[in-house]
Ligand binder design. Structure first.
Ligand SMILES: [Zn+2]
Ligand SMILES: [Zn+2]
Length: 485
C-alpha cells in the first residue's frame, strides 16, 4: 500500500520490521528507476536486514562508492573492497583503515602499517614501523630491522610526491638516513649471525666484506642502536685469520682488547690471539680497489682518497663492484644521454652525415674514465660529454632509474662480470648473485621483492616481509602506488 502510494521509505521500513527480507530484495531488483532518495531508503533497510551485498549493489547504482566500500568491508569481502579502493581512491580510507586495524589486532604489524600507509594515515604507519623496528633490534633480528628501515625509507620517498617544497628537504634527509641504516643493518645481520650462531654458511670473504662495509660506514657516523663493535671486530679477526691475513686479524684483536669482552667469548678470543701472529699475508687482496684510478684504498675507506670516487657495493657479497659513476655533461638531458649511449661510435675524425655525431680528435678523443682524473675533480664523478657517451658501449653501462630521485649512471669496468639493479629497491648486484637470490629465496635479498615482480602489473601484493604472515586476504596496491612497496 505504501508502495502504491509511492512512499518507498515507509514500505521498506515495514518490510524490514516484518522480516520480509526476500520482498525487500525483490523490490530492490525491480526498482530500476526511482528517485535516488527512494533507492537510498531501500538500501538502508537492506543493510538493517543484513542484506549487505544487495544493499551494496544499490549504492553502486547510486554512485556512492564509499558506502559500497564500507559494506564490502563489513561483509568481509576484502577482494571487492581492495578492487574498489584501487578504482575509486576516495574509498581508500574506508577500506584500508579497517583492514589496518584488523591486521594490528591479529599482530600482523607489517601488514597493518602498510594498510595505514595505503589509507593515507602516514603518522600511524610511521609509528607502527618504528615500534616494529625497535622490537626487531631488541630481539637482534637485524635482517628484519633492515627491511623495516627500508620500508621507512620508501615511505619517506613516497611522501615526496605529495609534499610541498618546505617538507622536501626533511623528507629527503629522512630517506637518506633510513636507507643508510637499512644497508648497514642488512650487512650487519650476516656479521651478527657468524659470531652468534654455531655454523655459518657464508663464505669467509663475504663475511669479511660485510664487516668491512659496516665498519667503513661507521668511520664518519656513530654506531646505530643494536650494533656491537666487538662483534664486528671479532668477525673481521676470525675471517682475516681464515683468509691468511694474520696482520689484519691481529689488528682487529688489538681493537677488541680495548673493549669489554663478553664472558662467553673470552675463551675464543684468547684462543684466536694465541693462533694469530703478526706476520702479513693476503692483506693486499682484501683492501678495496678504486676502479677509477686503479689504486688500492685504505681498508675502511668508503671512497678513494686520491680521486674521491665513491665505492659501490654489492648488496649480496658487500664487495666493491667494478663500477665508476658518471654524469652527462651539463646541457645533456637524460634521454639524450641514453640515446647517445645506444648509438654506435662513428669512426673518429670523419665528418659524416647529419645523423651521425661528429667526433673531433683534438677536443673529444680523451677518455674521461682513464685520462682525466685529478685533484680538481669534483666529488669523484666522471663527467661525460657527447663524444664520450657515444664511445660508451651500452653493454657496459648500468642505469639506475629511481624516480623521484635523479637517475644514476655507472660504467662497468669489468663487463665480463655483468651488474644488475633490483627493479624495486635499486640496489646493485652482480647479475649472477641477484639471480641466485631470486632462485633460492624467491625475492631480492635486500628489499624482499618477489622474483616475478613487474612494476607495470597491478597485482603486486602489499606484503613483503617474513616478519608476519597475513593469509590470502592481503590488499593489492593501486597502480600509482606500485613503486612504494
Ligand atoms: Zn681513485
Ligand atoms: Zn630489491
Amino acid at each position: 500500500m505504501y508502495l502504491a502510494a509511492g512512499d518507498v521509505r515507509r514500505a521498506a521500513a515495514v518490510l524490514r520490521d516484518s522480516g520480509k527480507t526476500h520482498m525487500l530484495i525483490e523490490l530492490a531488483r525491480k526498482m530500476d528507476k526511482g528517485s535516488s532518495e527512494s533507492l537510498r531508503h531501500l538500501a538502508e533497510a537492506l543493510v538493517a536486514a543484513g542484506e549487505l551485498t544487495t544493499a551494496a549493489d544499490l549504492y553502486q547504482r547510486l554512485g556512492d562508492y564509499r558506502r559500497v566500500g564500507q559494506l564490502a568491508v563489513a561483509a568481509g569481502e576484502w577482494s571487492r573492497a581492495f578492487a574498489l579502493a584501487r578504482d575509486h581512491p576516495e574509498c581508500k580510507k574506508d577500506v584500508y583503515l579497517p583492514y589496518a586495524h584488523r591486521m594490528a589486532q591479529e599482530n600482523k604489524f607489517v601488514e597493518a602499517q602498510k594498510a595505514y600507509h595505503m589509507a593515507g594515515d602516514w603518522q600511524t604507519a610511521l609509528r607502527v614501523l618504528t615500534i616494529l623496528e625497535q622490537g626487531a633490534l631488541s630481539e637482534e633480528r637485524f635482517s628484519d630491522a633492515a627491511h623495516l628501515r627500508h620500508l621507512l625509507a620508501r615511505q619517506a620517498l613516497h611522501s615526496l610526491h605529495t609534499s610541498d617544497s618546505s617538507e622536501r628537504a626533511t623528507l629527503l634527509r629522512q630517506y637518506e638516513k633510513s636507507e643508510w641504516l637499512s644497508r648497514v643493518y642488512h650487512a650487519y645481520d650476516a656479521v651478527h649471525r657468524s659470531v652468534h650462531e654455531p655454523f655459518s654458511l657464508s663464505q669467509p670473504d663475504g663475511l669479511l666484506h660485510a664487516a668491512r662495509y659496516v665498519l667503513s660506514q661507521l668511520t664518519s657516523a656513530p654506531a646505530p642502536p643494536g650494533l656491537s663493535m666487538f662483534c664486528l671486530y671479532l668477525c673481521m679477526a676470525k675471517q682475516a685469520k681464515q683468509l691468511n691475513a694474520g696482520l689484519l686479524a691481529r689488528q682487529m684483536l688489538d681493537k677488541i682488547l680495548g673493549l669489554q669482552i663478553p664472558h662467553k667469548f673470552q675463551e675464543s678470543v684468547e684462543l684466536l690471539m694465541l693462533k694469530s701472529g703478526r706476520q702479513a699475508g693476503r692483506e693486499e687482496d682484501l683492501v678495496p680497489l678504486c676502479w677509477r684510478c686503479r689504486r688500492h684504498a685504505p681498508l675502511m675507506a668508503t671512497h678513494c682518497p686520491r680521486c674521491r670516487h665513491v665505492f659501490v657495493h654489492s648488496m649480496a657479497t658487500h664487495e666493491v663492484l667494478a663500477l665508476v659513476q658518471f654524469v652527462p655533461e651539463t646541457g645533456i638531458s637524460e634521454e639524450e644521454a641514453l640515446d647517445l649511449i645506444e648509438r654506435t661510435a662513428p669512426p673518429e675524425d670523419v665528418e659524416s652525415d647529419q645523423d651521425v655525431l661528429v667526433v673531433h680528435r683534438d677536443t673529444d678523443n680523451a677518455d674521461p674514465f682513464v685520462d682525466k682524473f685529478d685533484e680538481e675533480d669534483d666529488g669523484g664523478v666522471v663527467v661525460c660529454g657527447r663524444a664520450a657517451l657515444v664511445r660508451l658501449s651500452a653493454g657496459c653501462v648500468v642505469v639506475v632509474r629511481r624516480a623521484p630521485l635523479a637517475t644514476l649512471f655507472y660504467r662497468n669496468m669489468l663487463p665480463e662480470l655483468p651488474v644488475t639493479t633490483c627493479p624495486a629497491c635499486h640496489t646493485l648486484y652482480y647479475t649472477e648473485d641477484y639471480e641466485v637470490q631470486l632462485v633460492t629465496r624467491g625475492h631480492c635479498g635486500f628489499c624482499r621483492q618477489p622474483a616475478a615482480c613487474d612494476q607495470s602489473e597491478d597485482h603486486e601484493r602489499v606484503r613483503g616481509s617474513s616478519t608476519d604472515d597475513s593469509g590470502p586476504s592481503s590488499p593489492r596496491t593501486p597502480r600509482d602506488d606500485q613503486a612504494t612497496w
